[in-house]
Design a protein around this ligand. Structure first.
Ligand code: SF4
Ligand code: SF4
Length: 183
């Protein structure tokens, strides 16, 4: 299939008709109670966040402005079941730019947390979490790379306090979440 046809197909998919039954009017209130997402209703859809979002530059569907609007409209199921909420890199550019101080990254975090609670977490995030639990680092650094650092005279990486990491996982309930995800 040529590139233009693929693009048209994707655009048609995205133009799905919304039904009133898809909307949960209480969703915006549910989200606004979550710390970091309190200002959801202040968004007036100017689009400044999307214009500067580095992920929106590379993905045809990821638009922070759209995520906020979908949340305001109560499209809970469509949001929580969509992998797009996991694309945000938490760079906070949108937070710096938003004229309404909406705190988009906090809202995306709230959506992710709800998605984990009610559904699942992408495998890559489970792996990152499990790496942090085991080593204190999101990525397991290969021994070869550590040796190379040493050869180049770079300082040794600090050792993580794994006891504190485990405690944090337990206190926040994240250990249970990961156990649930593993079953
Ligand atoms: S910049 Fe702020 S007000 Fe404008 S669309 Fe984004 S979240 Fe809404
Ligand atoms: S924090 Fe997320 S939504 Fe905001 S600009 Fe960065 S990648 Fe985009």
């Amino acid at each position: 299939m040529v590139e233009t046809e693929k693009k048209q197909e994707k655009e048609t998919e995205q133009k799905t008709v919304l039904k009133i039954t898809d909307m949960d009017p209480k969703f915006k209130y549910e989200i606004s109670k979550i710390p970091g997402a309190e200002k959801i209703m202040l968004c007036f859809q100017c689009g400044t966040c999307t214009a500067d979002c580095p992920i929106a530059r590379f993905d045809d569907f990821y638009r922070p402005r759209k995520l906020i609007r979908m949340t305001q409209l109560g499209l809970k199921e469509k949001l929580l079941s969509n992998d797009v909420i996991w694309l945000c890199s938490t760079c906070f550019t949108c937070i710096d730019r938003c004229p309404q101080d909406v705190g988009i990254a906090g809202i995306v975090r709230a959506l992710r947390n709800l998605s984990v609670k009610e559904r699942d977490m992408p495998v890559v995030f489970k792996e990152l979490a499990s790496n942090i639990r085991k080593t204190g680092y999101a990525y397991i650094i290969p021994g070869m790379r550590l040796k190379k650092r040493e050869e180049q005279g770079l300082p040794t990486l600090p050792k993580a306090n794994l006891e504190s990491v485990a405690k944090l996982f337990d206190i926040t309930g994240f250990s249970k979440t990961l156990e649930k995800e593993a079953t």
